[in-house]
Design a protein around this ligand. Structure first.
Ligand code: SAM
Length: 279
């Protein structure tokens, strides 16, 4: 593959995530009848990757569901997915594959580079005949969904686009970063968190990403990418779960909790699921 610049490399990480989800879906680890619309060349991943995808999807879905089900805050809620890539969670919610209480109303905002949202909008438009949606080349909008093209490093512009698409700072909002903030420089991700802290009255942040207890993992990851001719200057991982917790505590968030994937894997309920699959 030909990568023009470092941003292309970062965008390319979405292919990896989508292909892995497709592999897990085709083997029955997860239910996702939409992911294949976004994959041109499916690849069957090895079991360890499928297990990882299963746990990643389940962990995030579980929290999204809890947030949407929680009725004591408000029946009207928002989800903002930062660097959403070709994530299909919105469609899984709409199709009832991720069930939520029918009283719950939510609007789902997805943000990614315009190059990505243009592709996503094209696929959605072609695959789902959602005639009521307003289309422009890189964005897509309806009463409960908005796909926003922009650069997370220019957060003030993104914040304007969010408002333009109906984001309301006074509604309970779940922000999701699934393997995204790690690609931003610390000051860039910090300015997003600062903005949320200052502007959104009732916010939750769901962060899923690699941590680096030492630099071994980062070096291996960068070397792997390099062997595929992908040069990435660096990823910006936090060293420990505690450091991730402090990221939010320093901003005086009401609570912060961090769990590693092995803990999720070793949960009895996950074990029963994982045992069902041979590969
Ligand atoms: N969240 C999706 C998932 O888990 O399937 C995609 C994850 S992918 C590893 C990282 C995504 O973040 C890519 O789609 C990439 O384009 C997006 N991204 C990274 N940096 C970004 C930036 N500065 N502005 C907008 N999107 C960005």
């Amino acid at each position: 593959e030909y990568w023009e610049n470092e941003d292309d490399v970062v965008r390319g990480t979405n292919d990896d995530a989508t292909i892995s989800r497709m592999s897990a879906a085709s083997l029955g680890y997860i239910e996702d009848p939409f992911v294949h619309f976004f994959v041109k060349r499916p690849v069957q991943r090895p079991p360890i990757i499928n297990r990882g995808s299963y746990l990643r999807v389940m962990a995030l879905t579980d929290i999204v569901q809890q947030f949407l089900q929680c009725s004591d805050i408000s029946h009207k809620k928002q989800i903002v997915s930062l660097g959403a890539g070709f994530d299909t969670r919105y469609f899984l919610l709409k199709a009832g594959i991720i069930p939520v209480d029918s009283k719950t109303q939510f609007k789902y905002f997805e943000i990614d580079f315009p190059e990505m949202t243009a592709k996503k909008a094209f696929t959605i438009k072609r695959q789902n005949k959602l005639a009521s949606m307003l289309i422009n080349p890189v964005e897509l909008s309806s009463s409960d969904y908005a796909l926003i093209g922009g650069d997370l490093r220019e957060w003030s512009k993104i914040a304007e686009r969010l408002t333009h698409h109906g984001f309301q700072a006074d509604l309970p909002t779940l922000f999701i970063s699934e393997c995204v903030l790690i690609y931003l420089a610390p000051e860039e991700s910090q300015s997003i968190l600062d903005w949320i802290t200052a502007n959104v009255q009732n916010a939750m942040f769901l962060l899923y990403e690699q941590i680096l207890p030492d630099d071994t993992f980062g070096q291996v990851m960068l070397r792997n990418l390099k062997s595929r001719n992908i040069e990435l200057k660096g990823i910006h991982a936090y060293p420990t779960l505690e450091a991730q917790i402090q990221r939010f505590k320093q901003l005086n968030w009401g609570g912060a909790l961090a769990v590693d994937i092995n803990t999720l894997h070793d949960r009895p309920s996950a074990q029963n699921e994982i045992k069902r699959y041979a590969c």
